[in-house]
Design a protein around this ligand. Structure first.
Ligand code: UDP
Length: 234
């Protein structure tokens, strides 16, 4: 039975890797977060909304969000060549697109929100983990949001649809479906699909990833509660 299937790292098909999130870990940023999921370690700093210092990006009727996803050279097995490449540019763009619907940027004309995602160690699923951490950092920065965006992937490994692929599962598996969503409305703000899936498997993967998002969202809320309840009792 599928629910009995044990994966390489001992997880059930619908089990997330161990995850922890901490809000407000950097002094200088307006908002920040640190996230670990499986072997991923990700740090996010958020600045803004602040006056746009890049004139060509300035929009008279709305604020603008910019995102930089970056992998440290020591974050992967083979040294990662420093600096942007096609993959990190793509992830920076889809991350901004995934977060933008939650932000009320129309309230901040001529201004800019900057998000810096630093992958310190990578072990599969960093784009989703980056979105999850960035959303906590945005809340920590006090930026009004409609919802906390959360990312999680499902995929296909050994002909089974499974939740939250590790790096090995990503590399050896048949498909990877990362999503991001706003849990309150269920609105999907990122949907990518890499690999081969039947329509039935694809739908199953989305359902599973949404279930994963809801679980991760609880951890996001706990991290924020922990930071702000501690501050209130100071
Ligand atoms: N990876 C790597 N070197 C790279 C890019 C990625 O070793 O230059 C690893 C890393 O662990 C990453 C995984 O491959 O998490 C899967 O990468 P993918 O492009 O699917 O993005 P992700 O799953 O991290 O969102």
């Amino acid at each position: 039975m599928m629910s009995e299937m044990i994966r390489e790292d001992g997880r059930k098909y619908n089990e997330l890797r161990p995850i922890k999130i901490e809000a407000g870990v950097l002094e200088r940023a307006d908002g920040s977060a640190y996230l670990e999921v499986g072997g991923n370690k990700i740090l996010v700093a958020v600045y803004g909304p602040r006056e746009s210092y890049i004139r060509r990006l300035l929009e008279p009727n709305t604020g603008v969000i910019r995102c930089r996803y970056n992998m440290a050279p020591f974050s992967v097995d083979d040294r990662k060549r420093p600096g942007p490449d096609r993959r990190s540019s793509e992830i920076s763009k889809i991350t901004a697109d995934a977060l933008r619907p939650a932000l009320m940027l129309e309230n901040y004309p001529r201004s800019m929100v900057d998000i810096y995602i630093e992958v310190i160690e990578a072990e599969g699923g960093t784009r989703c983990a980056g979105i999850t951490a960035a959303s906590v950092a945005l809340v920590d920065a006090g930026i009004p949001m409609k919802d906390i965006v959360v990312g999680c992937a499902a995929g296909k490994v050994n002909d089974e649809v499974v939740l939250d692929l590790s790096e090995v599962e990503d590399k050896e598996g048949q498909a990877d479906v990362p999503i991001a969503m706003m849990p309150r409305t269920g609105e999907i703000t990122l949907l990518q699909s890499d690999g081969d899936l039947s329509q039935e498997e694809f739908e199953k993967a989305i359902d599973l990833a949404m279930e994963g998002c809801r679980k991760v969202n609880e951890i996001q809320k706990e991290a924020l509660m922990k930071k702000y309840s501690a501050e209130m009792s100071d």
